[in-house]
Design a protein around this ligand. Sequence first.
Ligand code: GAP
Length: 434
Amino acid sequence: MVDMDKLVALCTNRGFIYPSSEIYGGINGFWDYGPLGVELRNNVKAAWWQSMVRERSDIVGLDSSIIANPETWVASGHVANFHDPMVDCRVCKKRFRADQVEADDKCAEAEDGRHDLTEPRQFNLMLKTHIGATEDSSSLAYLRAETCQSIFLDFRRVMQSARQRPPFGIAQIGKAFRNEINPRNFIFRSREFEQMELEFFAEPSTAMEWFEHFREFRWSWHLSLGIPEEKLRWHEHGQDERAHYAQAAYDIEFEFPFGWSEFEGIHHRGDYDLRAHTEHSGKDMAYTNPDTKERYTPYVIETSIGVDRCMLVLLSSAYTVDEVGGESRTLMRFHPRIAPNKAAVLPLSKKLAEPAERLIADLRKRFAVDWDASGSIGRRYRRQDEIGTPYCVTYDFDSEQDHQVTVRDRDTTEQERVAIERVPELLTERVLGY
Ligand code: GAP
């Protein structure tokens, strides 16, 4: 099992993830993504978009505003029901989510170490703001708690403008905000995070088939990113766990360093959302099939995954300690498609910088490539292993004569001589698979 403290230290020291506003003591539940973190993040989002939108003709994209008309959140039920039970310790004044007070969580102030907890109170998780010059109830607005609501609001617009009709889906990637009582486990539960959501609209009698289709489709996406299958499992929501509108719901869980937890939800939402917005806005969201004249409110199949949680899955899956030449090394075994840098170019000596720069300029037109010209070659390999770079390309003195470079594989550490003009194509084939 991966040691969470070591993973967090690597992420901070190597430039994946830092606490937000650290010089002021940070702010709980908010994170910054450093140079490697932002590359990894962009690669995850690009892989999702590629699979969900670009490679399908029945799903189109959307990028809606973070703040919508507040009536949206009344209709969706968030204003009335998006609550978590909260308790306070009367002794140490700490605040907890009532269902997450751990048995081993000791009170620092009480002599016997036991918290003296208040009765649970309902706490609404919507983050609020005010729009315009006045700060009263008329200017109240919410930062969206999930990206999907705007998909429902724009359903008719998208269907008409994109010349789609059910069955079709709308996909969106964007920020969401929740005033979590206890943000925890690094980036697993934050107050600002990003979601990748698909809402797929289908004729009601076909909805269950689409539900099964997307369960399979999403599972295979995770495997395509190199997540080990034995670290994944399905969790079917029981009747008592399911949202009242959900007809069926499964989570994909991952074995995180702190245990099994959800990182994607696949839910059959029935016609709950479109009906709620129809009733609340007075705008009919039903659809008439032009061929059969049948009129119905489409059923919705949703797949919803957090970018940050997905990153934690990929970081935990990639973290490996092995031995090379009798020495321990730490490496991040990212799948090449999502690795922050696809390659690093290492000129063996400063005198070789100029021709090596020509090679890196060529490679950088295709993907992110690192440049590392300092330290022994062994140290440079270790540095690249630790940030998950799949290939190191070393330009040495022989390269001047034989016009070849050494390409080293991160996982096997095997090295091969490759003609310089072949390198861009070879790496593209290995990294991107085409
Ligand atoms: N539209 C459905 C929806 O939002 P959810 O189960 O509340 O459902 C979906 O959230 C996904 O969003 C989760 O599986 C998780 O990956 C991510 N997520 C939810 N809350 C989060 C938080 N506080 N921090 C990070 N990711 C979160």
